[in-house]
Write a new protein. Sequence first.
Length: 116
Amino acid sequence: AQLVESGGGLVQPGGSLRLSCAASGFTFSRYGMSWYRQAPGKERESVATISSAGVSTNYADSVKGRFTISRVNAKNTVYLQMNTLKPEDTAVYYCNVRLAGGRDYWGQGTQVTVSS
């Protein structure tokens, strides 16, 4: 399995970014997908998850109402729309899938920096 994130960058507080994660090497439509983030000096934390068909989503309390996870199975891509960004959202954002057997796969990460 391979996951490739894109869309990170520098944005001012209150701004928006959309992250993308292109997946390959597995049957994308069969698996739930997740976004995680890791800020400097902190542990990696789950941000959002989406079910295989995109019907069910879950969010960390810190991003509820501001972030939206979505997916397009025909494009093997999962997205994270991030609105009303705050400095505390600054982190490296990772795409994740846990395949059958329990093995986790991660992308290389994309840096999001929220600063004026």
